[in-house]
Design a binder for this molecule. Structure first.
Ligand SMILES: [Zn+2]
Ligand SMILES: [Zn+2]
Length: 357
């Protein structure tokens, strides 16, 4: 039997390389700096993770450019972390060393506020977010609470990374619009619209198709429309188009992933009576005034914030049975600024992922 001391790693190197944000700046100014900083120490109940890959999410771009007010400075961004547990804090090993796990955006929820107590930990008033309130995965090592990391399905380290935010938030959007989960709508053919087609939508389209929905994708960019059709969308067009062109179809649900407020109106125009539009972004430009007929007949417009551990577990369990493919563009850790800029300029087809080891 190994002792705690045996199991706790004493790797030689006490520092690590990280791409760190000193202060928010436009992505074009290469705001992340390669630095050598102390390797983090796991506290009680936390695990030390050697990072293998980390996805680059649109939220990272909002943090780096200061569209989200800084919570910690300097900070190491990155919240789609894939790595291996190589150590843990005081106490018994919460998860076996060597386990491959993922760390998502929700780094920790308090468990005691009124939102946590009623099961809405995504709304926790004391939540900490990875790569925003605590250092994230654009680094060789990171720490996270053992209760908030997830064993990963059989997908390679690069392909699985985008599931950890893009996938999970997309899954929550699909759940809250009735496409998947316990309250999923059954019966006749149902139609879902996805507005904006980046990392989240390219995963969500596959989940929705698997759930039996017809998916219509609205996005600028011929390449994104081509990818949408490859991944199972029945139709792809411009954001202001009617679903299916002039086919006279209405959507039962829609999700807006792009951070442009006017898309909420495009989605409402395409939405059938009683349908729901979910806004999946953490940041958006203002939503223009809404003419009442656009929302009448019990149409619902709602935002989606963060995710719960249940969302993460459900998505990862589902992808273990239903293979999801991700279209990944690989960057080395040192190229994190390039990845952010490519993302900003919409030159990433699916998702950008940093390779770290
Ligand atoms: Zn809480
Ligand atoms: Zn994210």
């Amino acid at each position: 039997m190994t002792t705690q001391a045996d199991e706790r790693i004493a790797a030689g190197k006490a520092t690590m390389r990280a791409m760190r944000l000193e202060r928010p700046r436009p992505a074009g100014e290469r705001p992340l700096t390669l630095t050598e900083i102390p390797r983090p120490e796991p506290g009680p109940g936390e695990v030390l993770i050697k990072v293998r890959t980390c996805g680059v999410c649109h939220t990272d771009l909002h943090i780096v450019e200061g569209e989200l007010a800084p919570h910690r400075s300097p900070v190491v961004p990155g919240h789609e972390i894939v790595g291996e547990i190589v150590g843990f804090g005081e106490g018994d090993a919460p998860i076996a060393l060597g386990t491959r796990v993922g760390v998502p955006w929700l780094w920790r929820a308090c468990g005691t506020c009124r939102f946590c107590l009623r099961g809405d930990e995504n709304l926790c008033e004391n939540a900490l977010f990875t790569g925003y309130d605590v250092d994230g995965g654009f680094a060789e090592y990171t720490v996270a609470p053992a209760d908030f990391v997830y064993p990963l399905p059989e997908m390679d380290d690069l392909a699985v990374a985008p599931l950890l935010c893009a996938g999970i938030i997309g899954y929550r959007c699909l759940r809250l619009t009735g496409v998947v989960g316990a309250e999923a709508a059954g019966g006749a053919v149902r139609r879902l619209g996805l507005y904006g087609f980046g990392a989240a939508a390219h995963i969500a389209v596959q989940v929705a198709v698997h759930a039996g929905w017809e998916v219509f994708v609205f996005t600028r960019g011929a390449e994104h429309r081509a990818l949408a059709r490859e991944l199972g969308a029945v139709w792809a067009g411009e954001t202001a188009d009617a679903p299916g062109g002039d086919a006279g179809l209405k959507l039962d649900a829609a999700i807006v992933f792009a951070p442009a407020g006017e898309l909420a109106l495009d989605a409402l125009r395409a939405l059938d009576r009683g349908g729901t539009v979910a806004l999946g972004g953490i940041h958006s430009s203002p939503i223009p005034p809404i003419d009442y007929p656009l929302i009448y007949h019990e149409r619902v417009l709602r935002s989606v914030a963060n995710s719960t551990r249940e969302d993460a577990r459900e998505l990862l369990a589902m992808t273990a049975e239903t293979p999801i493919v991700t279209d990944v563009r690989v960057f080395e850790l040192e190229q994190a600024n390039d990845a952010l800029l490519e993302l900003k300029e919409r030159r990433i087809r699916g998702a950008a992922v940093l390779r770290i080891d």
